[in-house]
Design a protein around this ligand. Structure first.
Ligand SMILES: Cc1ncc(COP(=O)(O)O)c(C=O)c1O
Length: 426
């Protein structure tokens, strides 16, 4: 089986400087040329790239020991099961979960949030109950709640943002009441980079309602140390592909007593104790929520991605990305034709390294196309956050989102790319 994570991580942690070039060398795709230029990958909020150790762990699983997990007594099945469950343990440690049985493997954040909506929300919500979201949510933290509200007669409300793109905590508090059953919000906004103060949200929620607090952590876990026990929330969802892991795998963390009281989300093999045509008994969490053959190799790869992140150190990653953000904001603030959205302070924990902007006279898709010609990958569009775009009064933005392997030189290339846009569009 593959060695746990790149030695580069330990060396990085030991040395004072963050050696981004050594780190980049762990990611084969960053060597690529795109349209005749060295790839500048600034679309990490959509999906990050994978280090060699993750690619190797997945291929090693398929090459040397893959079999179905939790099913056979033969050697390969035992080895696959052990590796799959070891990955669960790594994920639990990574997010500070008190117990690895609280870690459910899903296909990603979207499935995790649908699972909570259907298994936690649906049996509890009644007509007139409220699910409180925020105006900055990704569609995957809106639509599952709309679906469950249609099924139950409950309703979705959204707490407003300030003009700086931050959650207005006073107005949020004012919307909490005894009918609030669920509060669901992003830890970090995928479109603005705003970091929500989850402990404050939890405290307010607990003081005014019995609601469960569901956190969409998709944009947080690759960029900052997350400890679910310290956050105090009830559920935490995230995706492997945004944290340098494989696609098709993600996590739902939930408090054990809540998971244990929830019915299954999907039914099938591997989640039952006994099946007759009259009824079926269900296993305890997490197996209860993992019907069918799981994504075994991706889960194992995700465990290795987590070790990789830990070997670099989340505090160091956060610091490096924050420096990239400060650099970007400094330069962009001098360009009057660039309008950065969500002027949430770029200091400390209120903003992650995501920059959404619009350019006078240039449609975001044209900006993306011109940048692409220079090998620069950014995202243009509504970022699956149309209600947020409505709040900001724009149909779409250009979004540059940084990862741990991005460099100051790449910030400069992005900025010269924007100057080229300006030149073309006058
Ligand atoms: C904040 C946020 N939530 C949820 C999602 C959905 O993640 P996935 O598509 O991996 O399920 C994303 C993906 O862009 C996101 O940025």
């Amino acid at each position: 089986m593959t060695a746990p994570a790149a030695a580069v991580g330990n060396e990085q942690r030991d040395s004072a400087a963050f050696d981004v070039e050594r780190l980049r060398a762990c990611f084969p795709i960053l060597e690529r040329n795109v349209r005749g230029h060295r790839l500048v990958y600034l679309d990490n909020a959509a999906s990050a790239q994978r280090p060699e150790v993750v690619i190797e762990a997945v291929s090693d699983c398929y090459r040397t020991y893959y079999a179905n997990a939790h099913r056979g007594v033969h050697a390969l099945s035992e080895q696959s099961t052990d590796a799959y469950e070891a990955a669960r343990g790594k994920l639990a440690r990574f997010i500070g979960a008190p117990d690895s049985h609280e870690v459910v493997f899903t296909r990603g954040t979207t499935e995790s949030l649908n699972l909570v909506a259907q298994s936690y929300g649906r049996p509890r919500l009644e007509p007139g109950d409220e699910v409180l979201l925020t105006e900055m949510e990704h569609h995957s933290n809106i639509v599952p709640w709309q679906l469950v509200c249609e099924q139950t007669g409950a309703r979705v409300l959204a707490a407003p943002l300030t003009d700086d793109g931050e959650l207005d905590l006073d107005r949020f508090a004012g919307m909490l009441n005894e009918r609030t059953r669920v509060v669901a919000l992003a830890h970090v906004s995928n479109a603005l980079g705003t970091v929500n103060d989850i402990p404050a949200v939890v405290e307010l929620t607990r003081s005014r309602s019995d609601a469960a607090v569901v956190v969409d952590g998709a944009q947080a876990v690759p960029h900052m140390a997350v400890d679910v026990a310290a956050l105090g929330c009830d559920f935490y969802a995230f995706s492997g592909h945004k944290m340098y892991g494989p696609g098709g795998i993600g996590v739902l963390w939930g408090r054990h007593e809540l998971l244990a009281a929830m019915p299954p989300y999907h039914g099938g093999g591997a989640m039952i104790t006994r099946v007759t045509f009259e009824r079926s008994g269900y296993m305890a969490p997490p197996q209860r929520f993992e019907a069918g053959t799981p994504a075994i190799a991706p889960a194992i790869g995700l465990g290795v991605a987590v070790e990789f992140l830990e070997s670099i150190g989340l505090e160091r990653i956060e610091r490096h990305e924050h420096e990239l953000l400060s650099h970007t904001m400094e330069v962009l603030n001098d360009l009057p034709w660039v309008n950065v959205l969500g002027h949430a302070s770029n200091a400390g924990p209120v903003r992650a390294a995501v920059v959404s902007l619009v350019i006078d006279g240039a449609h975001p898709h044209d900006v993306a196309t011109i940048l692409d010609e220079q090998g620069i990958a950014i995202r243009a569009g509504h970022h699956c956050a149309q209600p947020l775009m409505d709040r900001l009064g724009v149909p779409a933005t250009v979004r540059a989102s940084f990862g741990m392997y991005n460099t100051h030189e790449e910030v400069d290339l992005l900025v010269s790319g924007l100057h080229e846009v300006r030149r073309i569009f006058g």
